[in-house]
Design a protein around this ligand. Sequence first.
Ligand code: FCB
Length: 498
Amino acid sequence: MSMLTRRHLLRHAALSATAATPAGAALSATTTAAVAGATLSGCQPGDPADHTATASSPATRLPFPPDFGWGAATSAYQIEGAAKEDGRGESVWDTFSRTPGRTRNGDTGDVAADHYHRYAEDLDLMRDLGLRSYRFSISWPRIQPDGTGAANQRGLDFYRRLVDGLHERGIAPMATLFHWDLPQSLQDVGGWESRDVAHRFAEYADIVFAALGDRVPVWLTINEPKTVVQNGYLTGHHAPGRQDPDAAYLVAHHLQLAHGLAVRALRANSGAGRIGPAFNLHPCYPADDSAEAAEATRLYDGYENRLYLDSAFKGSYPDDVLADLGPNSRMVRGIRDGDLEIISAPVDLLAVQYYTPIYVTASGGTVRRWPTSEASWQQIYPDGMYDILTRVTRDYGPMPLTVTENGLPTPDVLADDGTVEDTGRVAFLRDHLAAAHRAITDGVPLESFHVWSLLDNFEWAEGYDQRWGLIYVDYPTQRRILKRSAHWYRQVITTNTL
Ligand code: FCB
């Protein structure tokens, strides 16, 4: 890989979801709220991509399809806590977060939102919100503490109680098999650089399907393989904290292989339930009108989107990305006959996670076009939601789509009167839902939408500093307080109208 490519990869990795915030880059509380509340204010005249952001006016009423799956999302390590209970093994995130200097304030997921103990209360809150769908993840080290071998029944029992509790409240469970908490024992034998770990993943998936397959209607395989690749292996600010571009793309291949093997396992197991991948997709736009910017944008899009989409839905990796990586790269050498057939095993739906666009310059760098949230990697651009949903439908579909993550962090404060006025989140969600509605109107088969996140939680390297939830968590007491956005979302769900 050329030095240019290496620089390019590292730069675009820094832009990816959950990239570390450079010190001082976060906007001040009031600015961020104002920005999030006025998402169009950053529009540059003469935007070369000519994407005019269109927020819905509060006066506009946008009805959603009947039975639309209004939801919210979480992940195991970010909310559960109970790190040492009921036989749970260690994950790479335990190791990483306990390593000094890796997370803000040295925060860990040891306690998090204590959801493992408070899940019944959280289920009641979901019911009170009117949620129709809840997307959560299953912790591999709770099911197989060392990543292999017999199942830990107490781990399975927890998820059975959770899933049953959802059904009792009329909420459809949507379970992600892997949201980054790889058992540490598997990392010790090479982690996702080892092809064998993809097979271990399929065995784990098989255990989970056998235990919960009769009561989980929708499965997602691997959450955001790209973030593992970029943050875990390029920038290294996520577990396992590596900076090794050559390893990174071999990891990408093995994550895709693991996805395909899990799809096969479900079909072989019961056949019941639908399954698909969960990709964070970034619409990429040229930063100017030059042919060079257009070309650089295309390669960028290859690394951000097509690497994952093409392999899963077309059965091939994009030629431009393979050429850029080079024939001697570990990834290209690691692809075996039949792998792409496994990776492209037919799925039932695609889960899209949208947070930010990327603007690419002629030299392959990036520029910022829109105001950012407290997460400096996130530019607020609702039309990106429309663009990515219509694009995947055009290029890979039509197939059922679900949005499994969309949201932003805001500087939420619990006021003396017990309220949390996160008006920036309300504006953000309204604008992004309006864009999703426009995509539906234009023929995109979007069946559900999950806000990231149900609860404030452990935001990886950012620890507990960033608050992404509809529900405020007062960490010292673990008290839950519905933010203004939660009340607003309940109203949207009740009326099925934005
Ligand atoms: C996504 C992750 C999720 C959360 C949000 C903010 O990339 O899937 O766990 O961290 O970003």
